[in-house]
Design a protein around this ligand. Structure first.
Ligand code: ADP
Ligand code: MG
Length: 395
């Protein structure tokens, strides 16, 4: 296993936490690993972009969600992305935003944990080595940049808290609580246009809507191409059963001629300068407090934004809060989110829909959009789900 550790993640204690809680666990489970301490932002991204992946059964991170974001995007930037992204990924929570770790812990039906307890739980999952499929969301920005996301796309309140709370990093996971309270004091409205393709409506758009061999069937090609058993215990060694892409029959090559960047084609999307397809839903409100698209249950260790979300449900859980909500009601909403009950409080300002694609067009020239907690280019963005594209050691 290649384990990449960001020494500056969280309160800056990831390395000592690893030594104290995980190192011996990996030794006792006889899992050989190479530890790489990242030296700068994008170090891990460059590393996996260039790595000889035949050397590794799994790529793991000890950090927050930001380092996993680097790894996923590094893999998707490779010429052989189709095989590379099948490498099982592992997470050890060492950051301040450990949403994926909290989510996989939750999917196992375990009681909520945080901090070092969550780390030990995830260390155990890593040793067990059960591989699940993981949905990825392809996100296109105005400058035609393409990103792959496994957690969230946020604009408005949550994105501002994500970026502003960086300065409270020294308090660890509590930085989101502090950030939320500070933002509540200066609550504002964000104007823009939100459109989405509801999850119920299947089918692709225009020229790509063809036979079963069309690029839209990418996920099925992957599903039928693997010859190893996901989510099943391994016979001898926890890591032996990890994806060995060399043994798997190659999936049929997808026709990539329609797209200029690597990765599966976004068959549900039309270019950002064209109106969304007629069968999409355009939200009538244009004044929001927040827009949050999530594809895991948790958005931080203790905020359960989409309790129904699963690793490979093929769904973007889209939550938006309309302008007009009071500070008190918004605070109540975030407090309810700690239990994941906020969607059943019947707050008239909160809307929750399931989508498979979406477009967000902010009107103000300046602002913040975050993807998986990382600040990305601000402006119009659109996204679509690619079900089960990646693999994650979970459970
Ligand atoms: P946290 O949850 O504490 O924010 P992340 O894993 O999200 O932890 O990492 C925070 C940021 O640090 C990410 O943008 C990541 O790309 C970046 N990063 C990774 N390694 C390093 C490093 N060695 N020095 C500085 N930044 C790094
Ligand atoms: Mg982060």
């Amino acid at each position: 296993m290649l384990l990449m550790l960001n020494p500056h993640s969280g309160k800056g204690q990831a390395h000592s936490l690893f030594t104290a809680h995980v190192q011996r666990m990996l030794q006792e489970a006889s899992i050989p690993y190479t530890l790489i301490i990242t030296e700068r932002q994008n170090h891990a991204r460059e590393l996996v972009r260039e790595a000889d992946l035949s050397q590794w059964d799994a790529l793991a991170i000890m950090s927050g969600d930001g380092l996993l974001f680097e790894v996923v995007n590094g893999l998707m930037e490779r010429e052989d992305w189709e095989e590379a992204i099948k490498t099982p990924l592992g997470v050890l929570p060492g950051g301040s935003g450990n949403a994926v770790a909290a989510s996989i812990h939750n999917y196992c039906g375990l009681q909520p944990m945080s901090g070092e307890d969550l780390l030990v739980s995830c260390g155990f999952m890593l040793c067990k080595g059960l591989v699940s499929r993981l949905d990825l969301i392809s996100i296109c920005t105005a400058s035609n940049q393409r990103l792959f996301s496994f957690l969230s796309l946020a604009w408005g309140f949550v994105a501002d808290v994500d970026s502003e709370s960086e300065k409270y990093r020294h308090v660890g996971a509590a930085r989101f609580t502090v950030g939320t309270l500070v933002r509540l004091m200066s609550l504002r409205v964000y104007q823009g246009k939100l459109s989405y393709l509801p999850a119920e409506q299947s089918g692709s758009y225009s020229s790509l809507e063809q036979s079963t061999e069309s690029p839209t069937d990418f996920s099925q090609q992957i599903a039928s191409s693997s010859d190893y058993s996901d989510s099943s215990p391994c016979a001898n060694h926890p890591l032996h059963n990890f994806c060995n892409s060399n043994n798997a029959p190659k999936p049929k090559r997808t026709n990539l001629s329609q797209v200029s960047v690597l990765g599966p084609p976004d068959s549900l999307l039309v270019p950002l300068d064209q109106p969304v397809p007629a069968h999409w839903t355009v939200v009538s409100e244009q004044d929001f407090v927040l827009v949050l698209a999530v594809y895991q249950s948790h958005i931080s260790e203790d905020l359960i934004a989409a309790p129904a979300s699963r690793l490979e449900d093929g769904v973007i859980h889209l939550i938006y809060v309309k302008a007009g909500i009071s500070r008190t009601a918004l605070l109540r909403l975030f407090l309810a989110m700690e239990k994941g009950t906020h969607l059943s409080t019947n707050c008239p300002y909160v809307v929750y829909v399931k989508a498979q694609a979406l477009r967000l067009e902010p009107y103000s020239p300046k602002g913040t959009i975050t993807v998986d907690g990382e600040v990305v280019e601000y402006g119009p963005v659109q996204a679509q789900i690619h079900s089960s594209l990646a693999r994650l050691i979970a459970g």
